[in-house]
Write a protein that binds this ligand. Sequence first.
Ligand code: ADP
Ligand code: MG
Ligand code: MG
Ligand code: MG
Length: 404
Amino acid sequence: MSAPATTGYQTLTEETVVKIIEPLRFFTGEGELRVKEIGDGNLNLVFHLTEPASGKSLIVKQALPYAKVVGESWPLSLDRARIESEALKKAAEFVPDLVPKVLYSNAELAVTVMEDLSDHTILRKGLIAGNQYPKLAEHVGTFLAQTLFHTSDFYLHPFAKKALVQSFINPDLCKITEDLVFTDPFFDHETNDFPDELRPDAEALWGDQELKREVAQLKLAFLTRAEVLVHGDLHSGSIFVTGESTKMIDPEFAYYGPAGFDHGHFFANLALSALSHNYHTKEPGARSDYQEWLFSVIRDTWHHFAEQFSELWKNKGTETYTKVPGTLNDFLQQTWTDAIGFAGCEIIRRTIGLAHVADLDSIEDQGVQIELKRRALRLGSSLIKRRNQLPDVESFIAALKGGI
Ligand code: ADP
Ligand code: MG
Ligand code: MG
Ligand code: MG
């Protein structure tokens, strides 16, 4: 497809976005074209374009040069739009059915034009509504196994891998994670956001030197371990679902990092959902069917991931050490342990940090909400500190059941 001529960056409006997609000749031109900005995120504009006459539709996502939530005082590189497009295209090489199809991208305008997935629901909304998605674990496990393996040194030539590392250098978005996930929530920082009732609990975290020492290790792993191309923001708001289909969207935080990072964020968001569903349980200690389903997603995601990753390692591993017995197990074990630690950080930052989750914040009874958040802080802290004593998915699920 031919690229539209561009004269530098401009913020698109519901009027000007139409000009951007004209050269794609995607729509038939019959009848009206409806345009609506539907973004619910903090960093970007998302336009939904539909042509009722033909039934065709698409999405235009544009990065803003600042964080929408804060305003122009927080500048943010537009290069993340290129990163998002490239990450979606990279994933489509291995799992085309698990990401939205990119129809066009323009780095100068920071635009990605992609398949419209409006027939899907954002997973977080589905989880809050108590819906189950039978394919979710298999699809997320497959996505992680395929994308992580094929972007690793176990598979790629070292030159090809380093070229990819280079093209996914993502300093601005990594800095957001470094600050908002790994640093600010563990100190009395102005970006933190929590009700007064939680201050003693927050102060307990800030005073816990053992915890902070462990978080320092996790942050260092995030800063330095360029193992695989991770999605970088795989929470339940970055996953679109139906009963049969799963799509990982919004990889603008993609970069080369530790292999357990995405698992950790996905598991943490399932754990927060399980916590938020506590009010469904009638008896103390009993778990609702819905919570059991959430735990089964964690279990099955890990098993699907480990099984497929192991198959790929055996059949497609090129790095010499992939043939040495035990190396696969060592890598999976490290990935697992890291995932628990990252999950702990995500649970804490979603509770007292800048960006919360609707799963907990939408609970109307403030007393219940605060009690659940208190448990979230204790759970997150315990996962970080005890991650080496939770060697497998069953011990992790037992810890979650005890902690929520
Ligand atoms: P942000 O980076 O700002 O969070 P997202 O990529 O997560 O942006 O998109 C924000 C919202 O826009 C999503 O929650 C979803 O409602 C809608 N959206 C994004 N991509 C698509 C798509 N391909 N099809 C339909 N809706 C989409
Ligand atoms: Mg998003
Ligand atoms: Mg969003
Ligand atoms: Mg985003």
